[in-house]
Ligand binder design. Sequence first.
Ligand SMILES: Cc1ncc(COP(=O)(O)O)c(C=O)c1O
Length: 459
Amino acid sequence: MTRTMLATAQTAPSANNAGYSDYVNPQWVRLLGLLEMNVRYKRCVGAELFTSDGRRILDFLSGYCVHNLGHNHPRVVAALHDELDRSGPAMLQSHVPELAGELAAELCRLAGGRLEKVYFCSSGSEGVETVIKFARLFTERTGLLYCTGAFHGLTCGALSLMADSTWAQGFAPLLPGAESVPFASLSELESKLASKKFAAFVVEPIQSEAGVRVPPEDYLRAAQMLCRKYGTLFVLDEVQTGLYRTGPFLAAHHWDLDPDMIVLAKALSGGLVPSGAVLMSNEIYESVYSSLGRSIIHTSTYSENGLAMRAGLATLKALQDEELRTRCEVLGQYLRQSLRDALSGYEMVAEVRGLGMLNGIEFRRPESWQLRIPFEAFRKVHEGMFGQIVVSKLFRERNFLTQMCGNNFMVLKAAPPLIVSEEQITEFVSAVKQVVEEVHASASFWMDALHMARRAVNV
Ligand SMILES: Cc1ncc(COP(=O)(O)O)c(C=O)c1O
């Protein structure tokens, strides 16, 4: 087989992919082909994904923290069937969607503090857009402050809170007035806030895509105090960290925070219906919806749709009934400790960190020349190459789905559904150890890198 034939065999879309490749996103199909991750999933349940060619893959990514309950949880599926079967009001846009009231009440009860009103939307980005509008109106300021490395979504407003990242390249001008500060730096935060031009400081309590960065113990409480001092709203993006992903219902609860607004999405509707929610104080809500004439000043057609609301209620109930908070805390600790024990002593493993089931394995540039030479060579081809080979090997050879963080290609995510079993965690740890062992001791890992680099050049 020639090099080009090999490349074609491994990256050309299959007949089943043709429609997607022709009409949706051919580059995505090519990328999955290049990584040899383009498989056909036939059935997905819990943490297990079954493919049409008989493989069983364990999900340690959870769709970037969507599948807290696991795939196709029977209680969420049943709730959706019920909702469809009752032929109730959908999208009338002229009635009171009672299920939205029920879900909002439950969300506020679980969140606590001053979060007493909910705006529903259909994605995390739309939630962030809402935060931007409401914060500007409430504070009568225009500035927006965010942290370097953050991920807040790819619509124009949300992207303005990532304006210093590669995600924003080519899309300027974004919203004026958005500025960044380093995550976990209180002095730089205070010097920005002191200008009193910022409506909101939007921050992920744990920066997920930046590399699962858990802040120092006192950072978020101190940041909240500084925000209060200078009249800036303290807003938490809990799109990944919410819904018990890190243990408690919100990551905010680890530090006893009292945010002005929080954004939820992803896991909110059990991974089956688009849904998001912004929880906020009454004061903020009343400043926006301040009169009859403004009762629909900020809305979105599908935001309070019955399927999303029913899925949300069923998801919250299942998460609580199955006591997934405790499971997440206990097994999350077990996952981190097992990874630390298995990976200690490997030159390229810097750290295992995280909270609950949001964890990262950080790799580092090797010092020894035997590893440094191939590592640097492949980094020149693409800085994400090393990580993608780790991901691809875990997938192809060990049947585990995970990914590197979107803004930090040296951190591998370990974020399974919260229903993952101890045995599945043990399997994962052993698979990661075997791949890490190959990185350090076998030429085959770096040969794979070479093949991938060639294929990338050829397609
Ligand atoms: C922390 C965070 N905020 C916001 C978003 C945007 O959410 P969505 O993709 O639903 O628009 C994401 C998406 O990955 C995210 O991780």
